[in-house]
Design a protein. Sequence first.
Length: 216
Amino acid sequence: MSLKPWREVAIPHSDVLKGTFQQAEFAADISAVRSGKAPDIYKDAALFFDRTYITEGMALLLTQVALRLAGQGGEPVIQLQTAFGGGKTHTLLAVLHLATRKCALSEMPGVASLIEKAGIIDLPKANVAVIDGTAHSPGQAWKEGRTTIKTLWGELAWQLGKSEGCDLVRENDANGTAPSKKVLQQLLEQYAPCVVLMDEIVAYVGQFEDGKALSG
């Protein structure tokens, strides 16, 4: 018995068959998704999961996040270890959509069954902060609304609680000093449940120059 051609077993999407897809669309940008500037295949949760194969690792991660948000355990901190091009940003986007979903779980292919399997009845949405190490540079302030931000913890506070959140770390942000454990705990508790997604942090840290004082 001969094997079927692969294209009959795993039928490509129509844009691939027609040759109309653009390779640039496959470069996931988590900051662009957060700001609403990404292509629909990334910013639309239903479309994103329709085109995403949920691997065993991604399923485990989504389950852990869901359990944590539902108050049923789950790991509080998870480090993704993948090589370049290993799907780390894509996986973070899956978590982003799960936590901020703008559609029903049933409209996100493959997700509802994971939640049901985990025994979760009520999955709350979360405040999500996306800390992208390629979005900003140390020593260069940036604007979020009318608020000037100089550090990553200032960005974290803004994304979780806007100007009110920034008030908690305003002095640290202005001075470029790290906030205390107590302040960060207060920030996270005040805007709980929350999810903090960090991507390309090494790229950000790598911009600090030896012997040069920069805030960030």
